[in-house]
Design a protein around this ligand. Structure first.
Ligand code: MEV
Length: 320
């Protein structure tokens, strides 16, 4: 018998970086799913046909190849908690074009989809919070840093206010964003580490920025619940200013960058209520929120400025 599962990607709305330091952020699940099919097998195997990989492994391997590390570690963590009755063969697929993979894909989606498939396959009932805790633990085991916001989006779906380890779903009907990919991949772990070095050097400066960002997150949560998209836009703009003020060695615009600023300005000039980077910054994606009648112009302006519009729905369901 084969068990199928899928989990969405993620997009940070407000609060990136600050969330790593215990502040709240807002994250939405994006229709950029990873699918997993799983069956009992005589050995542990992970197939990733997209990457032309088929990897046999054991649960005691000291480490796993990068391409399969999240899926294999997810199996190992699941086994440590529930003792699997048999090995499994897993096939993972990403329904993402390469651009969307860079911008929205997430190792958390693979992790959540594998965990979900294991729990269904072996009829092990897992509450969403338990599933999230296992996914977050897996992500920390593999990449060592991270707030777990991506695991929260992958497991719970929808839009969440999120504080390290604590997902809080919010009412977010009608939320619609424009997503523009800069063409530059994100180097999340590297940027998170650079920011950490700066926080060590100037803790007061950064703690203040993070506190201010958290205030914006709390106001933005209310704006989303009230469908007050104009206020959400201006809070996003304020958040972007703080991201620009974070000082990162060899970057002049904080965790922003020239291309990010160019795409943001094009969106604002075309009538967006607000626009900001999303995620670790320097490259990756920008997001914009616009009055419905300006959305097309905003998309065209971002594309003219060199961005790639990513046509993906936000606020979609979690792992299923
Ligand atoms: C990266 O997409 C978002 C960061 O806040 C890191 C994290 O929360 O794990 C920079």
């Amino acid at each position: 018998m084969e068990t199928m599962s899928r989990a969405p990607g993620k997009l940070m709305l407000l609060g990136e970086h600050a969330v790593v330091y215990g502040r709240k952020c807002i994250v939405t699940a994006v229709d950029a799913p990873v699918t997993v099919s799983l069956r009992s097998h005589e050995k542990f195997v992970i197939n990733a046909p997209d990457l032309k990989i088929s990897h046999e492994f054991t649960l005691s391997d000291p480490e796993y190849p990068k391409e399969v590390s999240f899926a294999a570690t997810a199996v190992k963590m699941f086994n440590a908690k529930f003792a699997l009755p048999s090995p499994v063969s897993i096939t993972t697929k990403s329904l993402l074009s390469s651009e969307r993979k860079v911008g929205l894909g997430s190792s958390a989606s693979v992790t959540a989809a594998v965990m979900k498939a294991l729990s269904n396959h072996f009829s092990i009932k897992l509450e969403k919070k338990e599933l999230f805790d296992l996914c977050y633990k897996t992500i920390l085991e593999v990449q060592k840093v991270g707030s777990g916001f991506d695991a929260a989006a992958a497991v719970f779906g929808g839009t969440l206010m999120y504080k390290k380890g604590q997902p809080m779903p919010i009412k977010s009907e009608g939320l619609d964003l424009t997503i523009g990919y800069t063409g530059m991949p994100a180097h999340t772990t590297e940027i998170v580490r650079k920011v950490a070095a700066q926080v060590d050097e100037q803790p007061g400066y950064y703690e203040n920025i993070f506190d201010e960002i958290e205030k914006l997150v709390i106001m933005a949560t209310k704006a989303i619940e009230e469908k007050d998209w104009a206020s959400l836009g201006s809070l996003m703009n304020e958040n972007q200013e703080f991201l620009r003020e974070m000082q990162v060695p060899s970057e002049e615009l904080g965790v922003s960058s020239e291309i990010i600023e160019k795409l943001i300005n094009s969106a604002l000039d075309a009538g967006a209520y607000g626009a900001k980077l999303s995620g670790a910054g320097v490259g990756d994606c920008i997001i914009a929120i616009s009055p419905i009648e300006r959305k097309n112009e905003v998309e065209e302006a971002i594309a003219r400025a060199g961005g790639t519009i990513i046509d993906a729905k936000v606020n979609v369901p979690g792992a299923e």
